[in-house]
Design a binder for this molecule. Sequence first.
Ligand SMILES: Nc1ncnc2c1ncn2[C@@H]1O[C@H](COP(=O)(O)OP(=O)(O)OP(=O)(O)O)[C@@H](O)[C@H]1O
Length: 255
Amino acid sequence: MTLDTIDVHHGYGTETVFDGVSLSVRRGEVLAIIGPSGVGKSTLLRLLALFDAPDQGTVRYGGEPVWQIPEWQRLEYRRRIGMVFQEASLFDASVRRNAEYGLRVRQSWPDRIRHELATLVGRTNGTGDAIDALDTVGLREKADQDASSLSGGEAQRVAFARALAYEPDVLLLDEPTSDLDPRNTAVIEDAVLEAKNRGIGVGIATHDMHQAERIADRVAVLLENDVIEIGSPETVFENPADERTRKFIDGELVY
Ligand SMILES: Nc1ncnc2c1ncn2[C@@H]1O[C@H](COP(=O)(O)OP(=O)(O)OP(=O)(O)O)[C@@H](O)[C@H]1O
């Protein structure tokens, strides 16, 4: 399953953010999106998450142009895409309930009703999926603790577990570790690789080039309203095709 954009143009009011962006997130790979602050990384993730329609161009899920199909079908696709934002938003309940939350809201109504019925009669594997996901981020032992008792880094790990528990086809992460210490960052990075090994396609916007080097299969460089280069981390960081990429990586470009 591939999620891609073809020649996408997008902006806010009179401000152009993208002037023809084409890129793909493929099954079982980590695509890192790097670029200076304000270049449009979050905007691109929102388009890939099917939250917003582009002004022009095509966004496709498994080859289907998502803004040219009926809404119900687009919503089906949206349910298969998990998104983790820079700041975890957990609600006031146990860690387990928070991790399960994605399971509930992203299910179609018939599945939700079946899940609720199964819960009522004590037969559900939903919790099992959430516990597995908590295990992946090292928080299984905190499942019954209240989410408000967690540190910021742990909360972000729960947000990640919530996205993972639903077993999405694609996981989009917007600067998921920018506020975290090295240990929490390492846990999230390991969980990203675990997701990839399960066949999930991961798109991650990051300021941290070392992170991109550590976990990405491909790196997309977003500069001047466009993806100017996509390649392996080795190529992009050591031998970029575009001179602007080299200048950005060497910190010579000031934005
Ligand atoms: N809802 C909005 N309304 C108007 N302008 C917006 C909106 N969202 C983003 N922008 C503008 O679009 C541009 C791209 O913003 P975006 O948040 O996508 O960049 P970014 O690369 O994710 O930035 P950062 O790395 O700082 O998070 C910026 O100039 C921003 O001010």
